[in-house]
Design a protein around this ligand. Structure first.
Ligand SMILES: [Cu+2]
Length: 70
């Protein structure tokens, strides 16, 4: 089973930033796919809810140096 989480992430200014966040999210156990649109900071994460909760992604974003818009 796969669920999809959507986040708006602030602080990404170039492809280096989005690539860094993409790699960090893809490294999370249970994450199956990550799509980031730099313009607007739209982040979509496909994940297995039996393995990881969407709440964990906020921490990954912050640990990578960015913020999730509330
Ligand atoms: Cu950058």
């Amino acid at each position: 089973m796969t669920e999809t989480a959507h986040m708006t992430v602030e602080g990404m200014s170039c492809n280096g930033c989005s690539g860094k966040l993409q790699r960090a999210l893809e490294a999370v156990n249970g994450v199956e796919d990550v799509n980031i649109v730099l313009d607007g900071g739209k982040v979509t994460v496909s994940y297995d809810p039996a393995v990881v909760s969407a709440a964990a992604f906020t921490g990954v974003v912050e640990d990578t140096g960015f913020d999730v818009a509330s």
